[in-house]
Design a protein around this ligand. Structure first.
Ligand code: ADP
Ligand code: UDP
Length: 242
């Protein structure tokens, strides 16, 4: 992996799970992962020990892996235990959710049986707006509101399905079911669609393939205990040769 050395400048944005800093290079940012955990649009708050380090490791690995499958990502290099250098994107304020197995809001909203393997993956869009509780929208809303063009959404959809296929197989070989996950995309300086943000147990649901034990942020959301252990377990499986 190529090393890129940048100097940390002022904070650009502090979110719930990460801090983004400008650097001495116009096009590059530093993304720092925090141990802070939130759920229910920030209503529930806590800390998960070593989460920042583990999520940085998992995200770095997976971005690199996706790059090797020709999915463009913002990842440039790992910078420290809990930070990475990323390419600055103009973020599209839409959360792209892909689902393989029914759980969470899919069960609540539509009454699909918990744990049902879906006939085909489902893609959903949500506006990134905590105050409005991330309302679900369709592609017409996204285009009409001016967040992305039809062509950009086509590209996002192609990438989302490809990422799902690549990651589902990757985790299957590591005895984990990739139940569902959330992606964020943005535009690079050439206007091309690039995958941003993170891919980690904060943003994906992972169930053990044998036992269906939850190994992700649902342990925090639902007070299931052994939260740190679950994040470490996912990290260990990601780095396992398979
Ligand atoms: P939230 O805003 O959901 O609380 P985080 O704590 O994860 O989010 O903060 C990270 C922020 O950085 C998010 O708003 C995310 O959209 C943004 N971001 C992620 N990748 C990039 C990038 N490559 N360029 C600019 N902003 C980014
Ligand atoms: N997700 C996320 N951030 C959000 C909302 C969802 O990372 O703001 C992820 C979540 O971790 C899960 C998937 O998207 O992997 C689908 O979440 P769902 O809509 O079922 O969320 P719930 O309503 O159950 O929190």
């Amino acid at each position: 992996m190529k090393e890129v050395s940048v100097k940390k400048k002022q904070k650009l944005y502090e979110g719930k799970a990460k801090i983004v800093y400008e650097t001495d290079k116009e096009d590059l940012l530093i993304q720092e992962f925090k141990d802070d955990a939130t759920a229910f649009d920030g209503a529930k708050k806590g800390k998960i020990k070593s989460k920042g380090v583990v999520n940085n490791q998992i995200s770095s690995f997976l971005f690199n892996y996706l790059d090797s499958y020709h999915v463009p990502t913002h990842f440039v290099s790992t910078r420290s235990d809990n930070s990475m250098v990323i390419r600055k994107l103009e973020m599209i304020p839409v959360e792209v959710v892909m689902r393989n197995i029914a759980t969470g809001s899919l069960v609540k909203r539509y009454g699909v049986e918990e744990g049902k393997e879906l006939e085909q993956p489902v893609l959903e869009y949500y506006l990134k707006d905590d105050e409005k509780h991330d309302p679900m929208v369709n592609e017409h809303h996204v285009v009409s509101f001016g967040h992305a063009t039809q062509d950009e959404l086509k590209q996002i959809e192609r990438f989302a399905y490809k990422i799902n296929a690549v990651l589902k197989a990757f985790f299957f070989r590591r005895d984990l079911k990739l139940v569902d996950f959330k992606l964020e995309f943005g535009r690079n300086k050439n206007g091309k669609i690039v995958l941003g943000d993170e891919i980690s147990p904060d943003t994906c649901r992972f169930w053990d393939a044998q036992t269906d034990e939850k190994l992700d942020k649902d342990r925090f959301r639902q007070d299931l205990g052994k939260i740190e252990e679950a994040y470490q377990e996912v990290r260990n499986r990601v780095f396992k040769e398979a």
